[in-house]
Design a protein around this ligand. Structure first.
Ligand code: DC
Length: 228
């Protein structure tokens, strides 16, 4: 339990590299318990998406990008992130956004703005939150911290399948998806501010050979074993 103001809430932090299955698991666990779900990657993606719409290029347009992060209003409805009241999930999952998002996520002022918005949303409720720095920076006192990993080839295959299932036009080949995932991992791990790193008290879960159901069962067991 984490004391937030006058109430105690459960906070589950799920961090890990790109396409490790964080959002699928986090949403299902939140649904199961009736908790909120916050996909923080979508917040960084939203900033990058509006940056692209404004033809911004980083690092040159950093100041304008920070302005976008400041201006966006995030809320949660039925475990879906709304940006200025709109569900942007389809638009922000596009490969064109994925190619630039790590550059936005590396800007310190963008990070501090979004971290404070993430803490605000979680102020009054139990949440499952996924991202890269939830257990290390956003909620260092989270009830349970999971660091979710899988081999890059497995993640690329899952991501390729997901895009295919969505019926994406111009589906990138598997090799390109793998290259992008590896590039994004490197950028997220090597940045100076809040790099992707396993918190010392996070539990490492490798899903390379686990199904979604097996992973959920494992996390539920860990949750039961976590002292209240
Ligand atoms: O989880 P995702 O692939 O949707 O994340 C998109 C990008 O945002 C990714 O490059 C890492 C970054 N990110 C971050 O730096 N910190 C977070 N808490 C969440 C995502």
């Amino acid at each position: 339990m984490v004391k937030q103001g006058h109430m105690s809430a459960t906070i589950i932090a799920i961090d890990g590299p790109a396409a490790s299955g964080k959002s699928t698991l986090a949403r299902l666990i939140a649904q199961h318990h009736g908790w909120a779900y916050i996909n923080t990657g979508q917040m960084y993606r939203a900033v990058a998406y509006f940056g692209l719409l404004s033809n911004l290029t980083l690092p040159e347009d950093e100041f304008a990008a920070i302005g976008i992060a400041k201006s966006l209003c995030f809320s949660i409805k039925n475990r879906t992130l709304l940006v200025n009241g709109e569900d942007l999930s389809e638009k922000i999952c596009l490969p064109i956004v994925e190619k630039v998002v790590s550059a936005y996520a590396a800007v310190p002022d963008i990070r501090s703005l979004l971290v404070s918005k993430q803490r605000d949303i979680a102020k009054t409720q139990s949440v499952v939150m996924d991202g890269r720095d939830i257990g290390t920076v956003v909620f260092p006192d989270a009830t349970l911290k999971i660091f979710l990993v899988a081999r890059a080839e497995v993640r690329a295959k899952r991501r390729h399948q997901e895009l295919q299932d969505r019926g994406l036009d111009n589906l990138p080949p598997y090799e390109e998806i793998l290259r992008d995932i590896e590039q994004r991992d490197a950028q997220d791990r090597e940045r100076t501010v809040s790099p992707l790193i396993q918190a010392s008290d996070a539990i490492l879960v490798d899903t390379s050979t686990l199904s979604v159901q097996e992973t959920i069962a494992l996390i539920e067991t860990l949750l039961k074993e976590t002292p209240a």
